[in-house]
Design a protein around this ligand. Structure first.
Ligand code: ADP
Ligand code: MG
Length: 216
């Protein structure tokens, strides 16, 4: 279980009262250290390179900012989260759905390889606000023009170290070519090898680095 006893309260953040109510309802009271370090910066629109070990609560650190920025009335993909595996993408989608307030009708889709294309294409045709998936499959949809990212404002690279280990560097680069230049990019990683630093240098804009490498 994540230790949050010494963390700051979410109510310290510039979040809408309904979002704070929802966090409380979900049992999220105090921020984990990575959340306390990332959320004020990310909510202010900064690009971030965030490094913290697995289980430290990184999902909330990008899910809250991307949801805060989202316009539910605009039925276009406004945020993309790239993940290394289908299991992680499913987890991220579930967390975003829990955090998104029901009354806003925010639609989050998972697009991963290994699943058949047709249902994904049908879901995309109905529209979505947030897409979570693996780089290869998302690129596949971009190539077929079943997905367009012209309205994107937040791009998240989750588990960047693992995505590079799995050989996704080229796919990530190509997905980014489809994203507007004007966007917020949030990179999360458990470790910070040279490849991740190169990736950040290439695609992030004046990023703030947040590293929690000591024990928490
Ligand atoms: P990471 O991506 O860093 O591996 P996760 O985002 O998957 O970590 O979070 C790990 C676990 O901690 C999840 O079960 C999540 O629900 C829980 N968690 C995250 N933030 C908080 C919080 N502020 N308070 C309590 N539990 C939290
Ligand atoms: Mg994670």
């Amino acid at each position: 279980m994540t230790d949050t006893t010494s963390g700051l309260a979410f109510s310290e953040l510039p979040l809408a009262p309904a979002v704070l109510d929802n966090l409380q309802r979900l049992g999220y009271d105090r921020m984990t250290p990575i959340q306390a370090a990332c959320l004020p910066l990310a909510l202010a629109g900064r690009d971030l390179i965030a490094q913290a070990k697995t289980g430290s609560g990184k999902t909330l650190a990008f899910a809250l900012p991307l949801l805060a920025r989202l316009d539910p009335r605009r039925f276009e993909v406004q945020a993309v989260v790239l993940c290394p595996t289908r299991e992680l993408a499913d987890q991220v989608t579930q967390e975003i759905r829990r955090l998104a307030r029901a009354e806003d009708n925010i639609k989050t889709l998972t697009l991963c390889g290994g699943a058949t294309m047709r249902p994904q294409i049908a879901s995309l045709a109905h529209g979505a606000h947030v897409v979570v998936g693996t780089p290869g499959r998302i690129l596949d949809h971009l190539g077929r023009e079943t997905l367009a990212l012209g309205a994107l404002n937040t791009l998240v690279l989750d588990e960047a170290d693992r995505m590079l280990d799995m050989g996704f560097a080229d796919d990530i680069a190509q997905v980014i070519q489809h994203c507007p230049r004007q966007r917020q990019t949030l990179l999360f990683s458990a470790t910070y090898p040279e490849g991740v630093s190169k990736l950040a240098g290439r695609y992030l804009r004046d990023p703030q680095e947040v590293k929690l490498t000591e024990r928490h």
